[in-house]
Design a protein around this ligand. Structure first.
Ligand code: PMP
Length: 400
């Protein structure tokens, strides 16, 4: 069978991610890994989930938990999410929420909803690699979104038309972004809304790390700023993608999209066609665990992760040679390093694995054009303080 003969064109842009290939190497016990951007499994609320699963599968409950359910998602979970959204300046109801299988599925659906081949998606430079992966299937072109830059809306529209399509949306990871750890300032959020209004495009606000703020003042989500302008979510162009992956557990695959009912109802039809609904039992237990103690659990995560962040920043200040720069995240899981011009982080990784046994993610894959080979992402979420000290010391030695 010549599989290449039967593949749709959308496959040409799908390739194994650098991270995926790398994660395969990390089973070796002597490697200190700052590579995976994943929660520390020691912090999962395991007992709360055990109790919630037992309750969900008890007599009288099990039939509903194991049955098909509605494409919109489990109503009590959508109610809980709507209450939480209200607390961050996004007053809405359950009908403004679609439950997805992780926010990754939200990105896939939003690409599917809006992108025809050769349309343009505006993305950060760098941006979340998984978003590029999700959108790539719909064969877009990417253009660089630099919210406080001087580029006019017309120049984006003209470049998109010359490429044979239209600008459809701007995608941004807003708080403690993957991969940079940086947070989009309020003025930049407003500027994104201005640009989106001029271009008449949607805004996809990826809030995967939003609950993990350690310090500094919370900045309202783009959707909250837009509701403040328009008075009502139904008039808004911003689609907020949330997730329980970083706050509770990623293995359950529960995330959501929040936005105007007009869009949510289209997405419900899309979900129905794609996978009918996200796992019923997982939605039920997520609602139970969230309602019983979400804030207390997230407070614990913040305490542990912020100590690791502090430790990593202190180690970098101690160990990095001149010419290396890094970000100062106020939350999340990542620090982003920029090496001197001309250095290549992929080469550095190969040498690091061979000699120093330290893993990280080279930055190139986070740029839609594969540029900026002198950058890399470090994650502090899964390393204890001794591993952070030792790993950053080894990395400094290698760089010197
Ligand atoms: N957005 C960002 C910025 C992420 O870092 C991730 C996961 N690493 C996701 C979305 C997807 O997460 P999930 O599907 O588990 O919600």
């Amino acid at each position: 069978m010549q599989w290449t003969e039967v593949l749709a064109t959308r496959n040409t842009r799908m390739k194994a991610s650098e991270i995926r290939e790398l994660l395969k190497l990390l089973d070796q016990p002597d490697i200190i890994s700052f590579a995976g951007g994943i929660p520390d499994p020691a912090l999962f609320p395991v007992q709360a989930f055990r109790d919630a699963f037992a309750e969900a599968l008890a007599d009288g409950q099990a039939a509903a938990a194991l049955q098909y359910s509605v494409s919109e998602g489990y109503r009590p979970l959508r109610d809980w999410i709507a209450e939480e959204m209200g607390k961050i300046g996004i007053p809405c109801g359950a009908d403004n929420i679609l439950i997805t299988s992780g926010s990754q599925q939200a990105l896939d659906y939003l690409g599917k909803l809006m992108l025809s081949p050769n349309d343009t998606a505006l993305v950060g430079w760098p941006t979340y690699l998984g978003a590029l992966g999700a959108f790539n299937a719909y064969e877009p072109r990417y253009d660089r979104l630099d919210p406080l830059g001087n580029r006019s809306a017309d120049s984006f529209a003209e470049a998109a038309a010359a490429a044979g399509g239209r600008v459809k949306f701007a995608y941004l990871s807003v708080d403690f972004a993957n991969p940079t750890g940086e947070t989009l300032a309020r003025a930049a959020r407003e500027a994104v809304l201005d640009l989106a209004e001029q271009l008449d495009i949607a805004v996809i606000e990826d809030a995967a790390y939003q609950t993990l703020r350690f310090d500094g003042e919370a900045i309202p989500p783009i959707l909250a700023l837009e509701i403040a302008r328009k008075g009502n979510i139904e008039a808004c162009r911003t689609l907020y993608c949330g997730s329980f992956s970083k706050s509770l557990a990623p293995g359950l695959r529960v995330g959501w999209i929040c936005g105007a009912k007009e869009v949510i109802s289209r997405l419900v039809l899309m979900k129905q066609a794609a996978d009918l609904h996200s796992a019923t039992t997982n939605q039920i237990v997520t609602e139970k665990v969230a309602r019983a103690g979400f804030d207390a659990h997230v407070a614990k995560l913040r305490e542990v992760y912020s100590a690791r962040r502090d430790h990593m920043l202190a180690a970098l200040a101690r160990e990095m040679p001149d010419g290396v720069r890094w970000t100062q995240p106020e939350g999340g899981m990542f620090v982003w390093l920029t090496l001197p011009e001309g250095m290549d982080a992929a080469d550095l990784l190969a040498r690091s694995l061979a000699t120093e046994r330290v893993a990280f993610v080279p930055g190139r894959a986070f740029f839609a054009d594969g540029s900026n080979g002198n950058t890399l992402r470090l994650s502090f979420s899964c390393a204890d303080e001794a591993a952070i000290d030792e790993g950053i010391k080894r990395l400094g030695r290698l760089l010197r």
